[in-house]
Design a protein. Sequence first.
Lengths: 335, 331
Amino acid sequence: MNTTTPLLVQVHHLKKYFPIHSGLIIQRHVGAVKAVDDVSFDIYEGETLGLVGETGCGKTTVGRTMLRLYEPTSGQILFEGRDITTLRESDLRRTRARMQMIFQDPYASLNPRMTVGSIISAPLDVHGIEKGKQKRDRVQELLRMVGLNPDFVNRYPHEFSGGQRQRIGIARALAVSPSLIVCDEPISSLDVSIQAQVVNLMEELQTQLGLTYLFIAHDLSMVRHISNRMAVMYLGKIVELADRDEIYTHSLHPYTQALMSAVPVPDPDIAKARRRVILEGDIPSPANPPVGCNFNTRCPIAKDICFKDEPEYREIRPKHWVACHFADQFLKPVS
Amino acid sequence: METLLQIKNLKTRFHTEDGTVHAVNGIFYDLKAGEVLGVVGESGCGKSVHALSIMRLIPCPPGDIEAGEVWFAGRDLLKLSESGMRQVRGRDIAMVFQDPMTSLNPVYTVGFQIVEALTLHMQMDTAQARQRAAELLTMVGIPGAKQRLDNYPHQFSGGMRQRAMIAMALSCEPKLLIADEPTTALDVTIQAQIVELVKRLQEELGMAVMWITHDLGVVAELAQTINVMYAGFIIERGDVHDIYKRTRHPYTLGLLGSLPRLDEAPGTKLVSIPGLPPDLIALPKGCPFAARCIYRIDRCIEENPPLMPADGLDHQVACWRWEEIAGRTSS
């Protein structure tokens, strides 16, 4: 993406805390799970921003809060220049037609009692976009777009395989012609050969319709494949954000480096030759994150300062953001 | 190396209301002592069912090991009595399951569950067994093992539970460890820890490992031999280099092509395999992959190719046109 591409989404200092209550009858507020803790990023029009991280790092919460499916604790979300965190319900509904979501589990995200036709046309009804014959035509067109037989409109979700169901989920998201689609682990529950089918479809639709994706996943190689830029999250924070190739060749955060080296490579020669960074231990609880840098419990290069001061999330070189006290030591001259 | 496990014509069926599911359809292979075998395939290809059949853990009914022989250390496991089989399970062949959240019993301490296996199979008394259990937990990298013995599974994280499962599986020094998707439920950094752990323990203890997975990446660094399964058949088998570098079966080629790689060039398109795997209730007469195969000829629809030697004797493939594919893909 070059600098003239307009920004579609700007997220500034977004926080989402979930309260923890204690007590059976009188509920006392005893703390908070800091699911998303001061996250800032932009999404350019027509790009795919990948968001990776491990279980519980807050990547799904970022996606949901961005659509205001969760109320943000604080921070700003500008969508097409307008702050949606302060929108009233009716205005928000109108905006939501421009931003849709594809969910992880194609088995749970389709109502088993609704036909495919009514599932896909539900967003059209909600937003009052098309009616009657036009609506039926639109549903058939959507089915064709996602590679399903348009005659399937009267079938029920259980008659379809996982990959086909995910195509139905994509058709539903496309129904209202959104500009942004938040894809929350859309392929994680599918088999490898089916994953490739769905990813190829998503790429084709993006070129065809000029869609913008926020692609959330834990599968680093798939995120790198589909994204233009990638953000890596750890324990509620973005630790690094850069171009897909930049982050692969010049990752500056020790967590990104470890994550990258943990990804299995389907090539026995490379797999045996490479040196891996194996992280010790588990991810700390987001209800009680470590003081200082939140990666300090597992970081192979942590020094005293990491246990005292939280590293600043800074643009270390153009378009490469990182939050690490020692990022400079990995910085190589740009070739 | 001597042969540890020999599987001959194993067939497992499930009799359901909708018809008979042909889960495993006559597979043959040998596993040497100390060998690491990767069994790769997608959901429903029979990779787990074949392992459960070896352990005789198929619920019967509806399951039914219809035919076959499973030779292990001079005995056919399928002909053993139930009590004889109980001596083998856990003692000679141990298994680690996919889901570390559900494969430990939540109402017993982790220590109790490891001690149980040791007193049962290794004739230890409780004090000895506790001592050994603590050593095992230390070996799999759980800090403060002695205190951890008295923890319940919910006090362990996912990665630690899988380590505890591995400790339990290794407690009786089995000759064969069957790991059924042991890292699928875990995050990549934790997966890397577990893979590294099993690699180290395998080298130290010299046991054979069967690693069942859908991830061609994980077994690339772990396994010496790979079985690729599809619709209950082994469709390609060979040395890890044969499978990844001299791939001969169109399905294996498709699987490798549909994996994105971290080191790929920008703009690379994934090769997807069109269509879906066949219905195991109504398997086609010919090659089970024919309907999705770009190399399909009439013979593929008529006749199911057996596993035949390709290139060398150790590389086997079930495809009528492997030679042409070899010609097109060899580098």
